[in-house]
Design a protein around this ligand. Structure first.
Ligand SMILES: Cc1cc2nc3c(=O)[nH]c(=O)nc-3n(C[C@H](O)[C@H](O)[C@H](O)COP(=O)(O)OP(=O)(O)OC[C@H]3O[C@@H](n4cnc5c(N)ncnc54)[C@H](O)[C@@H]3O)c2cc1C
Length: 391
């Protein structure tokens, strides 16, 4: 079957839905179609690992996109883009003609080469599956000590489950936080009752269904969750000959190397002016602001995207916001009001501030963005005290 719309969006997720809303605002009469391969309408993903475990308010996660002349096609997987004919093909054999196309296809969780019942935590369905399994007293094993693993571990522990975390690094979020902060967070998880096994990986699953571990041990679990990062869904773009380099390359209008095709969200690598390079991030703020910007530019607005996205996380009672690059390999400068409970961490590289971690420190995101945009040069002495921490 053949379909036609002014604006076609591949991916009915966070960036796709933000784009649809912006398009509708900018162009009241255009036809807009979202193709989404999940069974659900667009929703916010961050609550899946945090808020929903506290308040259970599932009604709050859905993102409204419906309007007259906006069509949401769920259960549709786009399989190919024909740039010459301006058409997208889907797995059901249908063809979707577009005037302008947005690729907002997000990413796919990295998987282990074994085990069929592991929950690779990304979707609402994954959340539902874990929620059903994570009854108080059940044993949940979490593979991965990054953002998703640490958030799910905290939520499921607070929900009354017995939790074991396994990851190859020395400490939780060791790739992002300075060493002593990561160690402190790990100690905090242990105080909260999480069995944190750093430096331990899962090597297989034996015939009786137990996890085999790199330290020679084995573990049984009622459910196994993995948070091993994602791979951006760039195949459609690369198959269509678009420029892809750790994400679909876009300019500051979210345009790919084809002027009628845009990309936004986790799948897109955009120019971060303040950092002087293209970056691809996996944050809610980026997905929403890039999606919205793409929508406006697709509808004809001529404005550069110059936002440096922030992200946030909650780990038990700890919470933070962060801007820029959080890479523990950079020089880090710590400024604590209360060690590891409240303060700021600056990430320095080549005399510039590349990232700022605002640990239980609020309302400083814009100040952190401004600091990252400053040319410097900065060193530890110069940067310390630049951002106020709450008294
Ligand atoms: C559990 C969890 C917690 C998170 N917490 C935070 C947080 O606290 N703070 C933060 O900043 N960020 C957080 N994030 C990250 C944030 O949710 C993502 O950055 C954001 O969802 C990216 O939006 P997106 O639209 O690019 O991708 P998605 O929201 O993943 O949407 C992409 C959609 O496209 C669909 N799709 C893919 N390929 C096709 C195809 N070929 N045809 C049709 N549809 C397709 C996918 O199925 C998906 O529905 C979290 C993510 C998860 C999973």
């Amino acid at each position: 079957m053949k379909h036609e719309s002014d604006y076609l969006i591949i991916g009915a997720g966070m960036a796709g839905s933000a784009a649809a809303v912006a398009l509708r605002k900018a162009d009241a009469n255009a036809t807009i179609t979202l193709l989404g391969n999940e069974a659900h309408p667009p929703y916010d993903r961050p609550p899946l690992s945090k808020a929903l475990w506290k308040d259970g308010k599932e009604d709050d996660i859905w993102r409204a996109v419906k309007s007259e002349k906006t069509t949401l096609e769920l259960g549709r997987t786009a399989t190919a883009i024909d740039r010459v004919l301006h058409e997208v093909h889907d797995a059901a054999g249908d063809t979707w003609k577009y005037r302008k196309l947005l690729i907002a296809s997000g990413g796919t969780p990295r998987r282990l080469p074994f085990g069929k019942d592991i929950i690779y935590f990304r979707t609402y369905d994954d959340y539902k599956k874990l929620k059903a399994a994570a009854q108080p007293g059940k044993h949940i094993v979490i593979i991965g000590g990054g953002f998703i693993g640490s958030e799910v571990a905290a939520s499921v522990t607070a929900h009354g489950c017995k939790v074991t975390m396994l990851f190859p690094e020395d400490a939780i979020c060791a790739r992002a936080y300075p060493k002593d902060l990561a160690k402190s967070v790990t100690d905090y998880y242990r105080e909260k009752g999480v069995d944190v096994r750093s430096g331990v990986t899962v090597t297989g699953i034996n015939a009786s269904g137990a996890l085999e571990l790199s330290d020679g041990g084995s573990l049984r679990a009622d459910a196994v969750v993995a948070g091993l990062g994602i791979t951006p869904n760039t195949e459609l773009a690369s198959d269509a000959g678009l420029i892809v380099n750790n994400g679909i390359g876009v300019d500051d209008h979210m345009r790919t190397s084809d002027p009628d095709i845009y990309a936004a969200g986790d799948v897109a690598a955009f120019p971060a002016t303040a950092l002087g390079r293209h970056i691809r991030v996996e944050h809610e703020d980026a997905a929403l602001s890039m999606g919205e910007h793409a929508g406006r530019c697709m509808a004809g607005e001529d404005a550069p995207y110059n936002q440096l996205p922030f992200f946030y996380s909650d780990l038990f009672d700890l919470g933070y916001e962060a801007v820029g690059t959080l890479d523990a390999r950079l020089e880090t400068v710590e400024q604590w009001v209360t060690p590891y409970r409240e303060g700021v961490v600056y990430y320095l590289e080549g005399g510039r501030v590349r990232g700022v971690l605002l640990w239980n420190t609020w309302d400083q995101v814009d100040a952190a963005r401004a600091l990252i945009a400053e040319p410097g040069p900065f060193d530890a002495a110069k940067v310390r005290g630049r951002l106020p921490v709450a008294a």
